[in-house]
Design a protein around this ligand. Structure first.
Ligand code: PEP
Ligand code: MG
Length: 564
């Protein structure tokens, strides 16, 4: 049984880890799907010719009963669940499947064997087609088992309806099993297989059932155990401490309530204002962010619209695109980042093709060293978009490393009536934050790159993910230095890297003195709702505790202990 020491303590309990899919927590006795249907072995033809018509009718009637049951469940379900159940019913009624089975029966094969061979033919075909067709294979297998169970008098396969509310543990679930779950009897589910886009995950999301997939060791959880599934942390705790389980379930319930009612603006429970902003890349994204209660845009990644382009877009084309984003937030804060070309985001018209080490090469603001006109024209386009929409965007440069770079950029931005700032993505910028603030009006910390450069670890390397973990105490120290400089200067310092999308880390960043958090639109409500549950002083204590640790797991644990 695999356990982890990074999970919250569970006295004497094994903690299994997997991929969290649907947040929420629930505790209950284990229930498992009924055992596998016994499939008939491939016996030779045994049905005499005179009995074959009746055998075909038996197959047809069994398939129809399976289809009827699934159709009735589809009628009682909604959304994706109803679709999955109807699709599975459709397979049971499929003409081609039936004809193929009847051909086998015509050769003297018993109906149950014919069901297996016919289904196998379709599963092989779908698997060889790949993609979406391959995703049909589990549905066909499920229909096969149901028809065989019907023909051979075995109980219906799938999930039993437990007498008391229970937690479902399974290797994997057939789509129709998941779709047919009754949330009043099944409180949560965890599977050993499956990923975040599996049917199990999609339907669990729709049913709002806490769910963790890909859980190692799940098959060894004994029958009769009680388990706590935590869909936020991705853990399954076997025989948890009763008090801990109660408090985790209650905490998850409160978090869900807060999330459902979040409508901004961002603030801590005791009223400290922290803007919750969105990271966007175009007008459509900005409009979606506005609907999701983002208070503005904290990072508009302008380069993303031009990734495949061979030529620099005209000022007119740029202005039209930028105006769309500004128009989504009239009178609100929108931070436009100038082209961050290079490294992981090369632009054909801006990035030198032959750099030995692009992450340390001519990227971000450094592109203007080779081609100052590119930056000038982009700033003209932003100014034009501002004039068209009657707004005053903030404009920041990526990959700033020195004070003269910040000063030159600020002058060019101010000359156009815009508000200048720079990103803090290089340790030298964090160390000289106060000097940078003598020239610009705000700073925005890009923790993705700042961790890459502070820990000397490629942000794209899966092998080094622990080093680029945004909870690394050394990274938090650089954030603290930058935020403190902002406080002294009386100027805002935000975070717009992935760190800001982690609700617990968001609270820690606020405790370090950060004044705005900008994250993917999908994270806005979670970050804002979490912040609303804590006081500023608790955030400050959690920040100090995280800074005092020697690693990301310890930093997380220290913050969690103080923030709940
Ligand atoms: C960052 O580096 O944290 C950041 C926000 O910029 P990007 O991810 O676009 O490099
Ligand atoms: Mg960056």
């Amino acid at each position: 049984m695999s356990t982890t020491d990074s999970s919250p303590p569970a006295t004497g309990s094994a903690v299994l880890t997997g991929t969290p899919v649907v947040p929420g927590a629930a505790v209950g006795p284990v229930v498992r799907p009924a055992g596998a249907v016994q499939l008939p072995d491939g016996r030779p033809a045994t049905v005499p010719e005179a009995g074959r018509a009746a055998e075909k009718d038996r197959f047809g009637a069994a398939a129809e009963r399976v289809a009827e049951r699934l159709t009735a469940r589809a009628a009682a379900a909604t959304g994706v669940s109803a679709e999955v159940l109807s699709t599975t019913a459709g397979i049971a009624r499929d003409r081609a499947l039936r004809t193929t089975a009847e051909q086998r029966i015509d050769e003297g094969v018993p109906a149950a064997v014919a069901a297996v061979t016919a289904a196998q033919q379709f599963m092989d075909m779908f698997a060889s087609l790949g993609g979406l067709m391959a995703e049909r294979v589990p549905d066909v297998r499920d229909v096969r088992d149901r028809i065989v169970a019907e023909l051979t008098g075995q109980g219906e396969p799938g999930v039993p309806a437990p007498d008391q509310p229970s937690v479902l543990l399974a290797d994997d679930l057939a789509p129709a099993d998941t779709a047919g779950l009754d949330p009043s009897r099944i409180l949560a589910l965890a599977t050993r297989l499956g990923g975040t886009t599996s049917h199990t995950a999609i339907i669990a999301r729709q049913l709002g059932l806490p769910c963790v997939v890909g859980v190692g060791g799940l098959d060894q959880v004994p029958a009769g155990a009680t388990v706590l599934v935590d869909g936020e942390q991705g853990t399954v705790t076997v025989d948890p401490d009763a008090d801990e389980a109660r408090s985790r379930v209650e905490g998850a319930r409160r978090a869900a309530e807060a999330l459902a009612s979040y409508a901004g603006p961002g603030r801590t429970r005791d009223g400290s204002v922290v803007q919750i902003l969105a990271n966007v890349q175009d007008g459509a994204g900005a409009r979606a962010a506005a609907i999701a209660y983002a208070e503005g845009v904290g990072l508009f990644r302008t380069e993303l619209a031009f990734l495949g382009r061979a030529q620099e877009p005209s000022v007119e084309e740029q202005a039209a695109g930028y105006a769309e984003v500004l128009a989504a937030f009239p009178g609100r804060k929108v931070v436009v980042r100038t082209l961050d070309a290079g490294s992981d985001k090369p632009l054909a018209f801006a990035t030198p093709p032959d750099e030995a080490n692009p992450a340390l090469g001519v990227r971000g603001l450094r592109v203007a060293r080779r081609d100052p006109g590119l930056l000038e024209r982009q700033l003209d386009a932003v100014a034009e978009a501002a004039a068209r929409t009657g707004s005053t965007p903030w404009v920041m440069a990526p990959m700033v490393a020195t004070v003269p770079e910040a000063a030159g950029f600020a002058a060019a931005v101010r000359a156009r009536g815009l508000v200048p700032g720079v990103m803090v993505e290089v340790p030298s910028a964090a160390l000289h934050a106060e000097r940078l603030l003598a020239h610009v009006d705000f700073l925005s910390i890009g923790t993705n790159d700042l961790s890459q450069y502070a820990l000397a670890a490629d942000r794209l390397s899966a092998d080094l993910a622990e080093l680029t973990d945004p909870w690394q105490p050394a990274l938090l120290e650089l954030v603290a230095i930058t935020a403190a400089a902002g406080r002294r200067a009386g100027k805002p310092v935000g975070v717009c890297g992935e760190a800001a999308a982690d609700p617990l880390l968001g609270c820690v960043l606020v405790g370090l003195g950060i004044t705005s958090l900008s994250c993917a639109t999908s994270a806005v409500a979670r970050v804002g709702a979490r912040l609303a549950t804590v006081d500023l002083e608790a955030c400050e204590r959690a920040a100090a505790a995280a800074l005092a640790t020697d690693g990301p797991q310890a930093a997380r644990a220290a913050a969690r202990a103080l923030l709940g």
